[in-house]
Design a protein around this ligand. Structure first.
Ligand SMILES: [Zn+2]
Length: 68
């Protein structure tokens, strides 16, 4: 299962944090961004960014998810 990563909220383009599934403003991602297989992912916090970098496939496949 792949997660729908982008949605619009008014003027803002929101991305889904692939780790905790929170909505992240692409203009102000608190956890920064990371590119994986040509796709840029956005994170709510540095912890999610690090977790995703360790095991990107586990989060993209839906096998793993952190509840915030
Ligand atoms: Zn997160």
């Amino acid at each position: 299962m792949r997660i729908p990563f982008f949605s619009r909220r008014g003027e803002d383009l929101m991305a889904t944090d692939p780790v905790c599934h929170m909505q992240v403003d692409t203009k102000r991602p608190n956890g920064g961004t990371w590119e994986y297989e040509g796709v840029t992912y956005y994170f709510c916090g540095p912890g999610c960014n690090r977790a995703f970098q360790r095991e990107p496939e586990a989060y993209l496949s839906g096998e793993k998810k952190i509840d915030m």
